[in-house]
Design a protein around this ligand. Sequence first.
Ligand code: PEP
Length: 245
Amino acid sequence: MTRSTPLLALNWKMNKTPSEARAWAADLASALVPGRAELAVLAPAIDLPALAEGLPAGVAYGGQDVSQHEAGAYTGEISTAMLRDLGATYVIVGHSERREYHSETDAVVAAKARQAQAGGLTPIVCVGERLDVRERGEHVNFTLDQLRASTDGVGENLIVAYEPVWAIGTGRTATADDAEEMAAAIRRALAGLYTADAAGFRILYGGSVKPDNIASICARPNVNGALVGGASLKVADVLGMNDAL
Ligand code: PEP
């Protein structure tokens, strides 16, 4: 994989039973023509065995959340070791739905990312502003503050997903210029936080990405792929996005 390989990260959210996941993986396997992108399916943890068995070679998979703790008395939680044991390589941390509905703070997000890395997973750290913040023109400062706090003590093996909250699941997509403005700002911030070459970081855009808008957004120089929710559920849409990249 070269640095420029875009990542198409598919966030199923709380959708698909294991049987549905198995059927989806079989459909993908029968139709996927490897494109320029790397694919990763971020699924409910209970679906991962079906993906491990059924996904075509080269398609990665992972979780949508992970515990900040290594193991122990944390009822209902899923650990990094559990995800790794099923062959997962990625995990989303700090999705805005986790931040909003489960009160996850930046400190918790950073702890989850550190735990994921310690156990061998690559965290996809989500950041992004709400609509009122953007309307006040404070979106860049807000998102960079969130990024710094959410990566506190986190190593450089991470992916950052810029997901403006107002664009998630709303059908309202940021413009390619909006995505590029923030991705470039995030890259500059990463350059200050890490010693690694900032050009090597993968920065994704997420928010109502579909087959007909992914190409223009991901063509921008600082956008290295997309984190996709709604359009990840149908294989036809995934194939369309893969072809467009
Ligand atoms: C997401 O869940 O990360 C997301 C971007 O959702 P959607 O593509 O549906 O806006």
